[in-house]
Design a protein around this ligand. Structure first.
Ligand code: ADP
Ligand code: MG
Length: 766
């Protein structure tokens, strides 16, 4: 139904469109009519022009009218008639005269008159004949005249009639002309030309009356033309009528279309009705089908009902089951809660237990930690808080060749603490804490140092010095090469790995500073202004600690960071050439590593300092051949090295006063040398024959440092001063133990160091 409705709607729309088209056509036709009327106006114009032409023609014809043949003929005949009448009158007069003459002259003139009479009679008869002829002719002419006059009268009558007619016509025409003028005016086309002509004619008529006549006749003609125009107008009207008829036709068509539309609408309604009917029918059908189905369903229902009856017992058991389950479900949360509660209690108990054991373990761990630290410290202490190692570098190319480069150092195969030096044909033995032969690797050296570095993490201050003449391998031991790094890098690496291992409980921060002491002035190697001299000051907090204001500290976290720091420091290191070693260092280089730790579990804070010192060359001034500033440098170096020896001596001998302030180096390292601090002196020597005197000096220094006894010493010893460099030199020149110079002057290598020290102890205390 909807589809058909839509279809019908569409049709209706189409029809409406058609209607619109027709209306448009109608409008177009009306337009056509308008254009036609315009055309007709144009035709009227042309016709008026023609009227004018014809008026001219009329004028021409009128001028010719005067000379028509009939009128001429008539006039001619009238004139002849007149002449003949006069001739006849003259002839009658003659005749009467003649008769009177005859009566009078008859007896007298018989003979003669007779003749004459006869002649005259003859003449008369002739004349009479002639008259007769003339009379006939006259009659004829009279007839003719009569005819002519009749005709004339006729013509005149006709003329009169025609004139009357013309007047009438004229009047009519003038009326029509007015009308037509009016219509023309209404058609917005002024026949100005005509007006103009009329005017001119009027003007001319003022000039001549006949012109008026002419104008009138022209007017007549014009009226005729107007009549013609009327006819044209009539035709036009006819056309208009036809167009109106057409319009009517179109209207009829429209009406027809409308009727059709209505019909279509009717049809649509009919179709709708039909569809409605169909729908109703379908509904009825569906209804009937549904009824049938319903019946079937009812039947099914009956079957189902019977089934249901059988199912009811089963349902009963099911509901029973369901109820029991429901009960269980209802009880379940309670059960669950109970179970949860118990489980929770168990868990919390277990956690508690774990906690307590943990606490216990932590407590034990801390105690163990303290114990370990104590034991380690004890171990280091047992090894000696101040230890002295010797390291002999291998023979290098720089040592030259031949006798000069011969090896003067030998080792004891059983005791790694003993070293023999062949000096001027005499073998001198030295015992240190440990001696590293030339083949000892950096790794081996570091193995021995490791314990010191580790105690730095525990919060102890550590100093490692490299002592020896220039070229003996101090820098090699401390810094090493890129491929084979020395103590500096290895210590830091060890610190990193140790810190990483303790990261679970401890937070560590490792910072690095680099400084150098040149001519007794301290300079920051990592600072922005390395030329600036730094001062060592006492901490204002009253702890007695020293610090260097303005010393740059870099926090390092990886090996890359260290390398960067070293590279940075190296650039600023002051190195000068001497004739002993091209790259001889004339200053003390310090690398200060600070390890600050925080135990997260106890909140314990520790601070350990690791001072790695590459000392300036220990060679004597005389041999370096330096002068001026070089000499001053050497003197400064000697002074500071002597001061270091003094301090170490004072420390080892536990004197009340330690002369830290005698040099910048010892003053700076004061807190790292005193108290629980640990010190390692790495004495570097060259094995070459030509260096034996310097080697002897260095070894003597080493042994003396080492042999300083721990524990309380006598007042004497306390007062005894550390031998100066010159004295060391003097010793090396073969002088035997100087009496009164204290315990340090025993001949090295003659006694076992331990037994010697015990004996000394007994001696001094005794
Ligand atoms: P210093 O710093 O005492 O003046 P260097 O460390 O510069 O001496 O050593 C001088 C030279 O000897 C360097 O070329 C260095 O490589 C070399 N050298 C020193 N010790 C060793 C060693 N144990 N093994 C190999 N070469 C060494
Ligand atoms: Mg060096």
């Amino acid at each position: 139904v909807m589809a058909s409705m839509a279809h019908l709607q569409k049709e209706k729309l189409q029809l409406q469109e058609e209607l619109l088209g027709l209306q448009e056509k109608l409008a177009a036709q009306e337009n056509d009519e308008l254009s036609l009327s315009l055309q007709l106006q144009g035709q009227v114009e042309t016709l008026k022009a023609k009227v004018l032409e014809q008026a001219q023609e009329i004028g021409r014809l009128r001028s010719e009218l005067g000379g028509t043949d009939a009128e001429k003929h008539r006039d001619l005949l009238a004139a002849e008639n007149e002449r003949l009448r006069q001739e006849m009158k003259a002839c009658e007069g003659e005749l009467q005269e003649l008769r009177r003459q005859q009566q009078q002259q008859a007896p007298c003139r018989d003979c003669h008159h007779l003749q004459e009479n006869t002649r005259l009679q003859e003449q008369l008869s002739q004349l009479q004949r002639e008259a007769e002829e003339t009379r006939a002719k006259l009659v004829e002419l009279d007839l003719e005249v009569q005819q002519k006059t009749n005709r004339l009268a006729e013509v005149e009558l006709r003329l009169k009639d025609s004139l009357a007619e013309r007047a009438e016509e004229e009047e009519r025409l003038s009326r029509r002309l007015r009308d037509s003028q009016e219509t023309i005016a209404s058609l917005k086309s002024q026949p100005q030309q005509i007006k103009y002509i009329i005017k001119t004619v009027e003007v001319e008529s003022a000039k001549a009356k006949q012109a008026l006549c002419e104008t009138q006749s022209r007017n007549q003609y014009l009226q005729e033309q107007v009549a013609m125009q009327r006819q044209v107008l009539k035709e036009m009207e006819q056309q208009l009528q036809s167009s109106q008829k057409m319009e009517a036709q179109l209207r009829a068509q429209i009406v027809m279309y409308e009727a059709e539309l209505e019909r279509a609408h009717g049809q649509m309604l009919e179709e709708m009705q039909a569809m409605e009917e169909e729908k109703n029918r379908a509904i009825e059908e569906a209804f009937s089908r549904a009824q049938v189905e319903m019946k079937a369903v009812h039947e099914n229902l009956a079957g189902v009902r019977t089934n249901l009856l059988t199912l009811q017992p089963a349902l009963r058991t099911l509901t029973h089951d369901y109820n029991s389950l429901k009960r269980q479900v209802r009880d379940f949360p309670l059960l669950l809660q109970e179970t949860l509660r118990s489980a929770r209690a168990e868990i919390s108990q277990a956690i508690e237990e774990v906690h307590s054991t943990n606490r216990e373990l932590l407590r034990k761990y801390r105690r163990e930690l303290q114990l370990r630290k104590k034991c380690h410290n004890e171990l280091v202490r047992l090894k000696g808080n101040i230890r002295v190692f010797g390291r002999v570098r291998p023979i290098t190319k720089e040592d030259g060749e031949g006798l000069e480069a011969a090896n003067a150092v030998t080792f004891d195969t059983d005791d790694d603490a003993v070293l023999h030096l062949l000096h001027k044909g005499k073998q001198v033995s030295f015992e240190l804490d440990k001696v590293f032969p030339p083949q000892a690797s950096q790794e081996e050296v570091f193995q021995e140092v490791q314990a010191l570095v580790t105690s730095c993490i525990d919060g102890y201050n550590v100093c490692i010095f490299a002592y020896g003449q220039t070229g003996a391998g101090k820098t090699y031991t401390m810094e090493g090469t890129a491929a084979n790094p020395g103590i500096n890098q290895r210590a830091l690496q060890l610190l990193f790995s140790e810190v990483r291992g303790k990261a679970a409980d401890w937070d560590y921060a490792i910072t690095v500073s680099a400084a150098e002491i040149y001519n007794e002035s301290l300079r920051d190697l990592l600072g922005k202004e390395p030329q600036e001299k730094l001062e060592i000051k006492l901490c204002p907090d009253g702890s007695g600690q020293l610090y260097v204001p303005g010393l740059t500290e870099f926090r390092v976290q990886s090996v890359e960071d260290i390398n960067k720091v070293f590279e940075f420091g190296h650039v600023k290191r002051v190195t000068e050439c001497t004739n002993l070693n091209e790259h001889s260092s004339r200053s003390h280089a310090l690398l200060i590593i600070t390890v600050r730790g925080l135990d997260r579990s106890t909140g314990l804070r520790t601070t350990g300092k690791l001072n790695l010192v590459d000392l300036a060359g220990s060679e004597r001034v005389g041999r370096s051949g330096a002068e001026g500033s070089r000499l001053r440098e050497a003197q400064h170096i000697n002074k500071s090295l002597s001061a270091l020896g003094d301090v170490i001596y004072a420390l080892r001998s536990r004197q009340g006063h330690v002369p830290f302030r005698n040099s910048k180096l010892t003053y700076l390292l004061q807190d790292s040398l005193s108290g629980d601090s640990k010190t390692l002196m790495m004495v570097q020597v060259s094995p070459a024959e030509k260096n034996t005197s310097e080697t002897l000096c260095s070894l003597k220094f080493a042994e003396r440092v080492r042999s300083v006894e721990l524990g309380p010493v006598s007042r004497k010893a306390e007062l005894a001063s550390w031998p100066s460099q010159e004295q060391l030199e003097g010793d090396s020149l073969g002088s035997a133990a100087t009496p009164g110079r204290g315990h340090a002057s025993h001949s090295p290598g003659q006694l076992s160091s331990r037994s010697a020290s015990i004996r000394r102890k007994l001696h001094t205390s005794g």
